[in-house]
Design a protein around this ligand. Sequence first.
Ligand code: PRX
Length: 656
Amino acid sequence: MYICNSVRQSIKIIQHLEVMSSLIIKSFAQYKKEYARSVENPEGFWAERADEFVWHRKWDKVLDYNFVDYQTQWFVNGKLNITENCLDRHLATQGDKKAIVWEPNDPNDAGQTLTYRELHAKVCQFSNVLKSLGVVQGDRVCLYMPMIPELAIAVLACARLGAVHSVVFGGFSAQSISDRINDSACKILVTSDGAFRGNKEIKLKDIADEAMSSTPSVEKCIVFKRTGSFVHWTAGRDLWWHEEMAKASVDCPAISVDSEDPLFILYTSGSTGKPKGVLHTTAGYMVYTHYTFANVFRPGKNDVYWCTADIGWITGHSYIVYGPLLAGATTVMFEGIPTWPDAGRFWQVIDKLKVNQFYTAPTALRSLMGAGLQHVAPYSLSTLKVLGSVGEPINEEAWIWYHKYIGKSRCPIVDTWWQTETGGILISPLPNVTKLKPTMATLPLPGVQPVLLTPEGKEITENNVEGLLCIKYPWPSIIRTTYGDHERCRATYFGLFPGYYFTGDGAKRDEDGYYRIIGRVDDVINVSGHRIGTAEVEDAINKHPFVVESAVVACPHPIKGQGIYAFIICDRTIVSEKAFKDEVLLEVTKQIGAIAKPDIIQVVPGLPKTRSGKIMRRILRKIAEGDISNLGDTSTLLDPSIVDVIKAGAPTLKGK
Ligand code: PRX
């Protein structure tokens, strides 16, 4: 057994930067070698990568898993605290280095910088606030906040106490928040009075108040003052962030948690039912996000890294907070939106903060591309070294535009494929190591063993093929369970193809073994890189009193990648379609949030159903795509004539 003593720990801290650089793959030959080793001896490979961290107790065994009834444990019986590895271990060598650079929504407002030392102090203080409110290890804490440093502070403060954070994206509705809070019985809700997004102010506290009218588990609500606007106050429950912080000490020892103790829950949509709480644990997530961050973005010692995601999504968890801080990097947090005050905002921030690695989503690139090059022209973008893409397939036009006009044809693009469930990037080029091909996520990172399967579950071994993307061996940050319902986790990811983790994505593999992700093969729509379950949207639409039934499918969208197309049957003649559609949009916004609003609504007299009552979504998808060249066999439909009626009324087919 190995207990880290202080001398050994100090040596490790000093060695940290050297170790960091030895983790980095520098050539394609080295990639091949490390990949081969990670497959031949995964435990040895990951043990080396875990060894540089501060552990209170070293693990007994690197990996224990089975994909049958599904369980995975990494670094079994290890004891640690992830925040010591994100913060404390950097203090001796780089306490004055910038940890977080915050860029506010309004370019005229002053931003904020927190050094590692300052961030450490604030995290300790907020941990003490949570502690004073009775939060103990294992308690769940919901964070519903804007993109302000306090969100990262709250995330880390939970982790320091071993409490489990559940961040809910600031664009979700009251109903979505209360569903998530109730699913995991959160004890505390942290929010702010409001949030600035472009020229709008969103009253987060009002939404949180509505949510808390049906969340019996919430004992206290901590409110950060961001916008200064009026808030309703529930005495005894609501507390101001600044008042509580003023009382709290900056000293808070990190508690020792087990490698497999939960770190966070993040809700994500699946093909059925309500969003599920994807649960990630501590040590494996730490080792994997650090290793992938360091290799995919490879920031130099004085570099500034910027990921434009929101911490409400997995990209923000892994590659704004944990990955960069574990690596001792400088990470930018941006509160605003890409198109306000104008479509040059990203490029202006890159020049202002001298950003070296920039990570964004194809949907943002497409909208900025559409705004024209006059918004790019004023900026030099000369500090950029690596460009990243995530969340959805990047189309060739956007890839080339990004490469040419933002990267000035000298910055590699890392098209990173991964998921909430995978915790970290699984397939991606390594910059200046992997030969790029536009639109391709290219090759698996070391430790990742992807396969393509036929619908019957047979492995396809040749190249130049298309299939269902699965992974056949665990990596350290693989999902551990879906909160409160392990069977749902097993059935969703391991039930369909025994022995494999099923991603829900289809992919192509070319002659070089490069992967290109095609998109979801299940009933999940990827809107602007955000996952929306069709069943969730249908449930929301069906709440409208006139609606008898609805079917939701994806349609192509020039900016969002995929849009939402809803076919709706009503129980009466709709006098004003416009008024009805507005009401449906309102209902969806209320139930889920504005991100799930359908782009197209078509009122139909019936849906194409089989004799057993199953909706043939394949036909609806074709109509939504505006492609009726091959609708396939419709003879098994109960009423084949309904297809012609739907076609005749489909806006996507007008003029075809
Ligand atoms: O369909 C894939 C798509 O996003 C899904 C995962 O969504 P989520 O869990 O919200 O995580 C998004 C951020 C990691 C995947 O199943 N996706 C993600 N990255 C890519 C992608 N599709 C194509 N190319 C990518 N680089």
